[in-house]
Design a protein around this ligand. Sequence first.
Ligand SMILES: Cc1cc2nc3c(=O)[nH]c(=O)nc-3n(C[C@H](O)[C@H](O)[C@H](O)COP(=O)(O)O)c2cc1C
Length: 306
Amino acid sequence: MPDVNLSVNLAGVTLNNPVVVASGAFGFGREYNQFYDLSELGGICAKGLTLHPRMGNPAPRVAETPMGILNSVGLENPGVDAFIKEELPFLRRFDTKIIANISGNTPEEYGVMCEKLSAAGVDMIEVNISCPNVKAGGLAYGTRPELAAEVTETAKKHANGVPVMVKLSPNVTDITEIAKAAEGAGADALSLINTIRGMRIDVSTRRPVLRMNTGGLSGPAVLPVAVRMVWEVAQAVKLPILGMGGVSKGADAAQLMLAGASAVAVGTALFTDPFAPLKVRDGLAEIAGRQGLSAVSELTGGVKPW
Ligand SMILES: Cc1cc2nc3c(=O)[nH]c(=O)nc-3n(C[C@H](O)[C@H](O)[C@H](O)COP(=O)(O)O)c2cc1C
């Protein structure tokens, strides 16, 4: 292994290495802990939490696509209180940063969850703004700058100093507008991208393959979209970025870092290879070493655009 410093800083939080696992692909880590010590990870974005437990959407809710998957899991989770009581003590056993991911139907719900999670001692709160705002007729918070700003401001107010990272949706015309709104409202970091809305139809039955008709696309197919969006956002704001979308090897992560990400997350790749994050980490170290860098963080923002 080349002698490269792997640690990175994300909004004042030091990660042992730049590879985090993405929310929703890792549950609360218990299954993966059978494969390796979770302290090997730079951080863990826990499964998305809501104020109250949720059953999620009816099946089928995951389908394969070429180089990716479509999912409409619908935020199945035990609720924030159960996470704090049952899952956080387990996750806290490891030398890794714990990032709670939250979704709400109103800004107030985000605020209540931030109060609870900051008191419980998570390292960061990732605010998922891809969920519908019930008051604004179901319009996703992440699609309108003013709604994104409202949620960010409320989250910050109630996070008691715990860094707030706003997770952007790619399902917009100009992602930099939302990024700037979150920055203006006090976000400490941004993460992107969430899944891209998609649909598959079974031609013989003429039924959509997912019970919800549409779902979110993730996996290697989305990497170029993620790289493009991270690059655009990195130029538009000063906030640190956790880049994700389609990462399955070191070179994928290096692309996101060169585009401007300080750290990367691995999601869908975990479903085919539970060791993917560790391979991504080692691949990144090798690339940095080969390029003569002493720290992997030197990759951040290093793209040389034409
Ligand atoms: C099955 C599944 C569940 C997900 N659940 C969440 C979630 O609860 N909260 C969230 O912010 N993102 C969720 N995501 C999005 C991922 O965290 C990530 O942003 C996206 O999948 C792109 O990364 P990837 O291509 O490496 O999977 C989920 C993705 C998948 C595939």
